[in-house]
Design a binder for this molecule. Structure first.
Ligand SMILES: C[S@@+](CC[C@H](N)C(=O)[O-])C[C@H]1O[C@@H](n2cnc3c(N)ncnc32)[C@H](O)[C@@H]1O
Length: 632
């Protein structure tokens, strides 16, 4: 277990990431770190001219971001973090520091400066260690560092620059590009840590953690305790300067001493007997999911939300469960970072973590509760028959629910009102959280009327009208769904959203100049897609748009695993890559124009209906942009 333990050394501590960047969040959570996100309120307004070097500026900004959160949390969040991580990434070229572009013109200026040249990307990182001295008094120790990576851009043509700027990707990124997505196509080479360019130098960070948490050698009496502590190995092995030092590896009760050089020579002799962390996570993954589902179903997060904090007995009383069972559930939830267990005066109480308050409490604006209950009641029983699903290549609906499932939606989801509301709630919760990113993925001002095909509760449609003041949206869905839509009406309704009932395979579709297909196409086979797409193709005049939002597989169909795992319980649908979607859509005259990976569950692709007699520019999209989309 050589990779993860330095991170797991932090388990049990309240670690906070003082950054809203989804890329930093992804890098750190992929590394196995458990943390809460509390975006810093520190404004990035330090006077750059006061800093001798660009990295001094990035480090100071990172430090101020982290300290602001460390100081704020005890008062605003009523809890004290143990460790706060701040980071700031800047790009430097020609002696200038480039941060995030303020608008498209600014992005253009930045990217033209980078064109054809090598530049440096610096990420400053600050790790604030908070130590409670007594009562309200806290000591802060700051460890900071920076990492530099050099990146060379290819020569960028004007069309390429604007194509990239219009994709929307540059706007929230230092230097105006994201190397992990479309921006990767602009890059000729990278010298140094790639993740540093993405926004967080993971390797350097782990080394610093190793240094911070590397305790001095202890007496043999302490070693016995350490045998169960996986964290020990990496804390030592990642310590900076440890290359020639003796490190201690305690594996399965054996104490092997060797230098770091020896470890390299004899390979993983000592660590071979460790089960890889990824396999342990998989072995326990279903237990963790079911813990989340059960806590949601028993309304643990709701009762804690209404009282802020409760003792074990109080939670058990409110959720109407045994004290012993509740204790096990709450302890497991604490270990998963869903709850906190804190001492208050003479008692210990449970509280929701920041993330649980945002995403797990059923009436919070970003609640995923509907989707979680759908996973528990609908997806979980299907997955318990996975072996049969694989053997037979069919949906296991009949085995799981005792009923045939000939028409996916009508039979599985809409046969009973209770099940229908649960399914709609699941769609609603995901659409509310992802809708804004999908709605703002592309410049849509040429379109005035849109139709959200299979738009369910209208949650996505409301995000589109919010984002595009000139757009009105018709939500088209099955009659059984439309009749229930009032259950999900938002507080502020919008006259520009209207609802039409119908079957998209059989009935006429409303006329619009943009059609939205969010999480629709993956549900159907290629044959059914052709039925729907030929109807859409007939409705569309040249220039009409078609926005597909799905989880896109990569071209090798290897990732993301959440899409491939979802496919395991599908009835007749399948997950597809951008090229696979393009292939199907192009057969119906829709040309791919732009793609956006939103970093927020759903990706999006914009297609435009071509005039069969005129393959040239439509709606301001040049043929160069078509090529870019095809390359994707
Ligand atoms: C997976 S949900 C996606 C909902 C919504 N677009 C979203 O992203 O939240 C699929 C939607 O398609 C609708 N649907 C399925 N078959 C349909 C049909 N034949 N005609 C109209 N709507 C249909 C379902 O009722 C459901 O609302």
């Amino acid at each position: 277990m050589l990779l993860n333990p330095v991170i797991s050394k932090l388990s049990g501590k309240l670690v906070v990431l003082a950054s809203a960047s989804p890329r930093r969040l992804e890098i750190l959570s992929n590394a196995g770190l458990r943390f809460e996100v509390v975006p810093s309120w520190f404004k990035e307004t330090l006077d750059k001219s006061l800093f001798k070097n660009p990295y001094d500026y990035a480090v100071e900004t990172a430090k101020q971001k982290a300290l602001e959160v460390a100081h704020r949390m005890p008062f605003k969040h009523l809890k004290s973090p143990d460790v706060v991580i701040g980071a700031d990434t800047v790009v430097t070229v020609d002696g200038l520091i480039l941060e995030k572009p303020t608008d498209k013109e600014d992005a253009y200026r930045m990217l033209s400066r980078l064109s054809g040249k090598e530049h440096s990307v610096f990420t400053g990182v600050a790790i604030v260690l908070c130590h409670d001295k007594s009562g309200s008094d806290t000591d802060y120790k700051v460890v900071d560092f920076y990492e530099e990576t050099k990146v060379k851009f290819a020569e960028l043509s004007e069309e390429m620059l604007w194509e990239y700027i219009n994709s929307g990707e540059p706007m929230d990124k230092a230097g105006g590009y994201g190397i992990q997505a479309l921006g990767g196509m602009l890059v000729e080479y990278v010298k140094g840590d790639f993740l540093n360019v993405v926004g967080f130098p993971l390797n350097h960070f782990c080394k610093q953690l190793g240094l911070i948490f590397n305790s001095p050698p202890e007496s043999p009496a302490h070693k016995v305790k350490r045998e169960s502590d996986e964290a020990w190995t990496l804390v030592n092995s990642l310590s900076e300067g440890a290359a020639n030092e003796e490190v201690e590896l305690l594996e399965n009760g054996k104490d092997c001493r060797m230098s770091m050089q020896e470890q390299n020579v004899i390979g993983m002799e000592c660590s071979r007997q460790h089960i890889p962390h990824s396999i342990i996570s998989l072995l326990n993954g279903f237990k963790a999911s079911k813990t989340l589902f059960t806590a949601s179903k028993l309304k643990v997060f709701d009762v804690l939300n209404s009282s802020n904090s409760l003792t074990l007995e109080e939670v058990a009383g409110q959720i109407n469960a045994s004290v012993l069972g509740t204790e096990r559930l709450l302890e497991a939830a604490v270990s998963l970072g869903l709850l906190e267990w804190v001492k208050q005066q003479n008692t210990s109480v449970y509280r929701n973590t920041e993330q649980a308050s945002r995403f797990l409490v059923s009436d919070s604006p970003e609640s995923l509760n509907g989707y979680i209950l759908h996973c528990n009641d609908m997806v979980w029983p299907l997955f318990s028959h996975l072996e049969n699903a694989v053997r037979e290549g069919t949906s296991q609906h009949e085995r799981a629910f005792g009923k045939k499932n000939e028409e996916v939606f009508q039979d599985a989801f809409y046969s009973k009102d209770e099940v229908k509301i649960r399914f709609m709630d699941a769609m609603h919760s995901i659409a509310r959280v992802t809708g804004k990113d999908v709605a703002t993925a592309f410049e849509l001002s040429p379109y005035k009327t849109a139709c959200d095909i299979g738009g369910c509760t209208g949650a996505m449609a409301y995000e589109f009208t919010k984002a595009h003041p000139g757009l009105s949206v018709i939500v088209f869905d099955l009659p059984q769904v439309i009749e229930m839509r009032r259950h999900f009406q938002p507080k502020e309704t919008d006259d520009r959203v209207s609802f039409v009932a119908g079957d998209f395979f059989k009935d006429d579709l409303p006329k619009a100049d943009l059609y939205i297909l969010a999480r629709i196409l993956h549900d159907w086979s290629d044959e059914k897609l052709h039925v729907l797409l030929s109807k859409l193709s007939k409705m569309c005049t040249p220039g009409c748009g078609l926005l597909v939002s799905e989880i896109f597989l990569d071209e090798e169909r290897k990732r993301p695993s959440r899409a491939l795992l979802q496919a395991l319980s599908m009835t007749e649908g399948k997950q597809r890559s951008p090229t696979e979607y393009s292939d199907v859509l192009e057969k119906h005259g829709f040309t791919p124009k732009h793609i956006k990976h939103t970093d927020n569950l759903l990706d999006a692709m914009l297609f435009v209906k071509e005039d069969p007699n005129d393959k040239r520019t439509l709606l301001g999209c040049s043929s160069a942009s078509i090529e870019t989309a095809e390359l994707e």
